[in-house]
Design a protein around this ligand. Structure first.
Ligand code: HEC
Length: 111
């Protein structure tokens, strides 16, 4: 009865496939922003300039009312065209979730 076995195997395979199609795994949710990870990222990528000598510290930047979450999200994604002497704030090499973490960190520093 190899034919029946083959048909059964096929039915089983199709059953499994349709079960997969009917029940797709939901996409993994974006984790909530982590200010701690944002702090780690700024230590790695930003404080070489944002150290009060070359550019303002994040504690200082956080008190600037212009730097809202929306401004920071856009600016850190697209690059911030700020001039300071002959330095320009470079576009950041951050992934979108890292930008969210940095924005959460700056938010945590606001008064
Ligand atoms: C090569 C040096 C350098 C690095 C690295 C750097 N910045 Fe800057 N950043 C600057 C300078 C210069 C300014 C302008 C400061 C001023 O206006 O006095 C600035 C300004 C900013 C501002 C204020 C923008 C505004 O519109 O006023 C934010 C926010 C900022 N940086 C975030 C970051 C973050 C986050 C990182 C790391 C991912 C980073 N920077 C890395 C040099 C740098």
């Amino acid at each position: 009865m190899p034919r029946i076995a083959a048909i059964l195997a096929l039915a089983l395979a199709l059953g499994t496939m349709s079960a997969l199609a009917d029940d797709p795994k939901p996409p993994a949710p974006m984790p909530a922003p982590s200010w701690k990870n944002g702090q780690r990222i700024t230590r790695e990528y930003c404080v070489s300039c944002h150290n009060a000598r070359t550019a303002p510290t994040f504690a200082k930047l956080a008190q600037n009312p212009k730097l809202t979450d929306a401004y920071l999200l856009k600016g850190l994604t697209d690059g911030i065209p700020v001039m300071h002497g002959n330095l320009k704030m470079p576009p950041t090499p951050l992934l979108q979730n890292e930008v969210r973490d940095v924005v959460a960190y700056i938010g945590a520093l606001r008064d």
